[in-house]
Design a protein around this ligand. Sequence first.
Ligand SMILES: Nc1ncnc2c1ncn2[C@@H]1O[C@H](COP(=O)(O)OP(=O)(O)OP(=O)(O)O)[C@@H](O)[C@H]1O
Length: 256
Amino acid sequence: MSPLLEVRGIEKRYGARIGCTNVSFDLYPGEVMGIVGESGSGKSTLLNCLAGHLVPDAGQVIFDTRHTGPVDTVTMSEPERRMLSRTDWAFVHQHARDGLRMSVSAGGNIGERLMAVGDRHYGRIRASALDWLDRVEIDGARIDDRPTAFSGGMQQRLQIARNLVTGPRLVFMDEPTGGLDVSVQARLLDLLRGLVRRMGLSAIIVTHDLAVVRLLADRLMVMKDGRVVESGLTDQVLDDPQHGYTQLLVSSVLQV
Ligand SMILES: Nc1ncnc2c1ncn2[C@@H]1O[C@H](COP(=O)(O)OP(=O)(O)OP(=O)(O)O)[C@@H](O)[C@H]1O
């Protein structure tokens, strides 16, 4: 099996400050990669470089596209990258309002993604929206409500539905359970785990919460000062951390 994503030597600097440097890894279809590290370790910078939101100063992000096979997304044209983010990629933001259109109904938020990939059949779009509301445990009766009328947890679940409805091949998630109450986080995590398993999703998840990666990620990369200091199978890294920094992280000595 060939990798879905090949990341080679990614580096991003902000002036003299290192955002992230020398990051390389492969992601295989159906695999979930977790990226953990304390605040400022470079997780978001890396994720944004991978998802095409930031242009890295060096490195390649080679994605196995549906139509043309492996392509370096760093050097592809902006319209090509935009198309990729509508069809093959999805991005779940930490704050649902960054990933939703707050003035559009819940059904519209889901339907919009389908229309962006060419679906024009109103009945089918509405049926898909209802199906996805159900899958993320939102009452179908709320389909015409705007996300502003939803709780934080519901907004996040709607954002997930909007992202997954088009069957993306790679999902980027930036602190998907961050900023929510603990009980709401637990429910969301459970839902995400079910979706990841059932859909065989390939995903890259940035989080500072080790419980999130424990439940969702097959593999883990630990970042410190913009560099990957340790990587491996999630259980292996968390149960038998080799690097001193990971040991601190796991023993919760570090405030992350
Ligand atoms: N727009 C920016 N301009 C200058 N420096 C930045 C910018 N964004 C990030 N940095 C710096 O890059 C480094 C990595 O930051 P980044 O936000 O990627 O870390 P993070 O691990 O995602 O942190 P957090 O968990 O707090 O979001 C930090 O030193 C940060 O100060």
